[in-house]
Design a protein around this ligand. Structure first.
Ligand code: SF4
Length: 614
């Protein structure tokens, strides 16, 4: 079954045309099936097919319709279930807990994904196909693998593995694990014996746990304890956080009332050759032909390229460390050039590479010798301050030059965010090259805040570094015919941030005449350090108390970032008064809002409406 089809089959008829009577594996997803490597189901499906297994896809089944789940029959080996590319709660609700009006991963943007899709789909499959192994994976399962705070219910939930009738949970990027599961089930092993696969979590009976307690497993405070005691929650978080390294990480166990969830150490990162092979599988880069409407999420990534995985930035509000890890895994430039050359032959390609990068654009080929043998340090953060981190962007510059030279390529953009402390540490001319060739008018950067106490809690570089970067960027603008701008992302409402901190940020935005469309109000998504702080009010690594803005204070903080919006005037005025900065209210140029009852005049003229979901 190694010859790859044009699309993975979504019906028995499509399977029959390929000579398949029964699929080895059926993948169920909350997204539409888009055959592009940025879509997890396509990626895993193609990799399994490449390993010799036939794979069918059920996309966005209607929960009330059993036929949607039985349409491909019973798989020979297992069902693989995911909510899709995003957590279903993040996808279905705004940060203000309102229903979203569109799902960009669905044809025509129509909402089809149930809340808690992984649990809902797994229950349905369990009812309809009792005894068939079920493996859950994807972002939702991966980041809910331990007991976790759920913002949408404002309570601690059990591990998703304790809630869903699944046999195994695959966390992180799942290619290695999924292939091993398939191979071992194909040789007749029972799913219950698959307890040693790195990058998976599994369940042990409470009685067995009590009687055996296998050695070498780190036991963290259990669900019953963390649900009652916030300091136990923070302790549990810090313990499992430190074990998320594929080289030095140990297995972690968390008891639950009816089961014990065991997380094996993370899977070993893919090698350059393995990544090259996967990204060169024959993805059609389009949605399945059965769809009549476009899938909005495809358009911005259709001609984008993944150059690497992983991120060692470890920003507190991002759970990527728990998913892709800190170790950077880069593809070879030859492979990337081949992939792009193939794209240039596609009729819909207009000469523009929309993005090239990974979670952070400029980590391609950055490395530390220690990663291979000892993993990433548990007690230190990777940053240019560490002499072991190789920060030269030479390989990136070489790659970008090669891509610009591919016949048929007119523009190559860098759309992912650039880590500016790394760009500053580089001496190979990367930033100049980016400004000369790889941005249109704006360069996205994410300082997130300018107050040192806040950036420290966020684990971001401080204001001094951002200011130096701005100066360097400005220098690079000299002599340019068309001026470029920095597009900074700031965040409000993050743990550790107070109203005076936000007033100071508003003043900074005013003084630097910054564009503030890109407002992010902190949302506690599963398994980030910041979400742990939001719930517990504690820094899990120091156990020191952290201020957590909620309710009206959070609204004021968000409004302060868009102080020019007349609709925010009441909240902004309240915030300024609370911060004791009434000098910022009035008609003066330095003021953020006019005095009450006065004409808004110059304030309204400057405001630009925020983009949807900004
Ligand atoms: S030595 Fe430095 S770069 Fe390497 S893992 Fe440790 S902190 Fe990161």
């Amino acid at each position: 079954m190694s010859r790859q089809p044009l699309y993975l089959p979504m019906s028995l008829q499509e399977g029959e045309k390929l000579g398949i009577r029964q699929f080895d594996i059926i993948l169920i997803t909350g997204d539409a099936y888009v055959d592009h490597p940025s879509f997890g189901t396509a990626l895993i499906g193609r990799v399994l097919w490449d390993a010799g297994f036939s794979v069918g896809v059920i996309a966005q089944p209607q929960v009330q319709s059993p036929e949607d789940f039985t349409v491909l029959g019973k798989p020979r080996l297992f069902f693989g279930i995911s909510s899709g590319n995003v957590d279903s709660m993040v996808d279905n609700y705004t940060p203000n807990l309102k229903w979203r009006s569109e799902d960009v991963y669905s044809p025509g943007g129509i909402l089809k994904r149930p809340d808690r899709a992984t649990i809902v789909y797994t229950n349905r499959v369990h009812e309809l196909f009792p005894g068939v192994p079920v493996v859950i994976g994807g972002i939702e399962a991966s980041l809910r693998r331990f007991a976790h705070y759920d913002y949408w219910q404002d309570r601690v939930r059990q591990s998703i593995l304790a809630d869903a009738p699944a046999d195994l949970l695959v966390f992180g990027m799942g290619e290695r694990q999924m292939v091993e599961i398939a191979k071992r089930l194909a040789t007749g092993e029972s799913v219950n014996t698959l307890r040693d696969i790195h990058g998976t979590s599994w369940k042990m009976e409470v009685a067995e746990w009590r009687s055996t307690r296998p050695e070498g497993i780190v036991e963290i405070p259990g669900f019953t304890e963390v649900v009652k005691d916030k300091s136990a929650y923070a302790r549990a978080f810090a313990l499992h956080y430190h074990e998320q390294d594929p080289v030095r990480g140990r297995a972690v166990a968390q008891p639950h009332p009816k089961t014990v969830v065991i997380q094996n150490p993370p899977a070993r990162p893919l090698t350059t050759e393995e990544l090259d092979h996967i990204y060169e599988l024959p993805f059609s880069r389009s949605s399945h032909p059965s769809y009549r409407q476009p899938v909005p999420a495809l358009e911005p990534v259709q001609f984008s390229v993944t150059s690497h995985r992983g991120c060692f930035g470890a920003c507190s509000f991002c759970a990527l460390t728990h998913h892709q890890g800190r170790i950077i895994q880069s593809r070879s430039s030859d492979s990337i050039v081949r992939e792009i050359t193939r794209m240039t032959k596609m009729p819909s390609f207009k000469g523009v590479i929309q993005d090239i990068g990974g979670p952070t654009a400029n980590m391609y080929c950055l490395s530390c010798d220690q990663w291979e043998t000892r993993g990433a340090c548990a007690d230190k953060r990777c940053s240019p301050a560490c002499k072991n981190l190789r920060t030269s962007h030479e390989e990136q510059c070489r790659l970008l030059s090669r891509i610009r030279g591919i016949p048929g390529v007119k523009h190559v953009f860098i759309g992912s965010g650039i880590r500016y402390d790394l760009a500053l540490a580089d001496d190979s001319g990367y930033l100049g090259m980016v400004c000369d060739h790889h941005i249109s008018g704006h360069l996205k950067v994410a300082p997130e805040h300018i107050i040192v106490e806040v950036t420290k809690i966020m684990n971001k570089p401080g204001r001094d570094v951002f200011d130096r970067f701005c100066t360097q960027f400005e220098t690079l603008q000299e002599g340019k015919k068309k001026r470029q701008y920095l597009l900074p992302y700031f965040m409000s409402g993050h743990p550790g941030c107070t109203i005076p901190d936000m007033v100071a940020l508003a003043v900074y935005i005013r003084d630097h005449n910054l564009y503030t469309e890109q407002v992010q109000d902190f949302t506690p998504t599963p398994m980030s350090v910041s979400s742990c702080m939001y719930y517990t009010g504690l820094n899990p690594f120091t156990m020191e108390p952290v201020h957590v803005p909620k309710g009206q204070e959070k609204k004021i903080q968000r409004a302060l970032m868009q102080y020019r919006d007349p609709r925010n005037r009441g909240l902004v005025t309240e915030g300024i008064r609370l911060a004791g900065r009434t000098d910022l209210i009035g008609p003066g140029k330095q003021c953020l809002v006019p005095s009450e009852g006065r004409s808004a005049g110059r304030f309204e003229g400057k405001f630009q409406k925020p983009k949807k979901n900004a």
